[in-house]
Design a protein around this ligand. Structure first.
Ligand SMILES: [Zn+2]
Length: 366
């Protein structure tokens, strides 16, 4: 009997040790509410998810992730003010691990962005970087924030963290310079000059605009002519300006030779062709305009080609317009697009900078 009791006690002790050993070091409670909250979240039941995540956070105040997510959900539900309160509280909580703190700050910045409080969002993201956040995501968001606030110098400093390729960085500088041109041409020139030294094509166009801004009109015109001849694709941005300046000064034959030079170098340059055709029609030189469009190498059903033909035939050959009508209707349904040479991003709205890969001067017409 006594042996039996001893054996039983030993077995009991062993069981106790095993049980104690297994649970030592693991949390007292399995975070059931937390897991349930995450499940509800992935099912799309945000209201219920908040309920469970809140419980999880109350059970275990160290479960920062649960509370962080409550804030994120509230923001997604349009309650950014409540999200800010939660995330701000978390951001001042002491002894949070650094990676968690960065996540909190990123969420808080997101809340401010939703509220369009860009200054606050900027401060928070800078703090996140000071905490050691080196992610491209944060750098890109910060760049966007500085752009929104038209803080072009700070945007350029941020761009240093994004572009490892120097040419791309200097191109961004030229872009920033173009944005600064009206407000502060001298500051703008700092970036344009850097681009000129690095032989960034866009810097030449920017330099022409800089000269015009400084009212050095003749040098501006000369630079603009040079840049359009060298890079005909800038016609979209520079030809209107150049044409107006030269018309105002009666330099008609000179502008005509600019059109011709551009079209010779780039026979598909629809902008230059359009300008030239308009010019010829105004001058009354209908046959030359007709000649020009008859010898064109442009795709027949492209809206630009049709528009051009319509302009000329309206003055010269009304019957031909009837033939073009079905094509014209089809063309009205499609719109012009630009494609990024670097990443393939497509858009209908032209910008110097690709919103996807941030490369400057990368869009081509398609
Ligand atoms: Zn791109």
């Amino acid at each position: 009997m006594i042996y039996f009791i001893i054996i039983l006690s030993v077995l009991f002790l062993a069981l106790l040790l095993i049980t104690f050993g297994r649970y030592r070091g693991t949390p007292k409670k399995l975070p059931k509410n937390y897991i349930k909250g995450l499940e509800l979240l992935s099912d799309g039941d945000r209201e219920k998810a908040i309920e469970y995540l809140n419980r999880a956070w109350k059970e275990d105040p160290e479960n920062i992730d649960a509370y962080l997510r409550v804030g994120d959900i509230l923001r997604e539900m349009g309650k950014a003010n409540s999200a800010i309160m939660i995330h701000r509280n978390l951001s001042v909580k002491p002894l949070i691990p650094r990676d968690k703190k960065i996540r909190v700050l990123k969420s808080l910045a997101e809340d401010y962005i939703v509220m369009k409080k860009y200054g606050e969002a900027t401060k928070v993201l800078i703090k996140s970087m000071h905490e050691g956040d080196e992610s491209q995501e944060t750098a890109r968001k910060l760049l966007w924030l500085f752009e929104m606030q038209e803080e072009w110098e700070k945007a350029y400093e941020t761009a240093r963290n994004i572009f490892t390729d120097r040419k791309k960085l200097y191109s961004y500088g030229v872009y920033a310079g173009m944005k600064l041109l009206k407000k502060d041409p001298d500051k703008a020139y700092h970036y344009i000059r850097q681009g000129l030294k690095a032989k960034i094509p866009l810097a030449k166009l920017a330099n022409a605009f800089y000269l015009l801004e400084k009212e050095d009109i003749n040098s501006g015109i000369k630079e603009l002519i040079d840049v359009l001849k060298e890079y005909p694709s800038y016609s979209d941005s520079g030809l209107d300006v150049l044409e107006k300046l030269m018309f105002d000064r009666g330099r008609f034959s000179e502008i005509e030779s600019v059109y011709r030079d551009i079209i010779e170098k780039d026979p598909m340059n629809i902008t230059a062709i359009n300008h030239y055709v308009d010019f010829l029609l105004k001058k009354g030189d209908k046959n030359k305009a007709l000649d020009l469009i008859t010898n064109l190498n442009l795709p027949d059903n492209h809206p630009d080609t049709l528009h051009l033909k319509l302009t000329v035939y309206a003055e010269t050959d009304i019957e031909r317009i009837k033939e073009l009508t079905p094509m014209l209707i089809r063309a009205c349904k499609s719109t012009q697009k630009y494609k990024c040479r670097e990443c393939g991003y497509e858009t209908e709205v032209f910008d110097w900078k690709c919103p996807n890969c941030l490369t400057v001067d990368s869009f081509v017409r398609v």
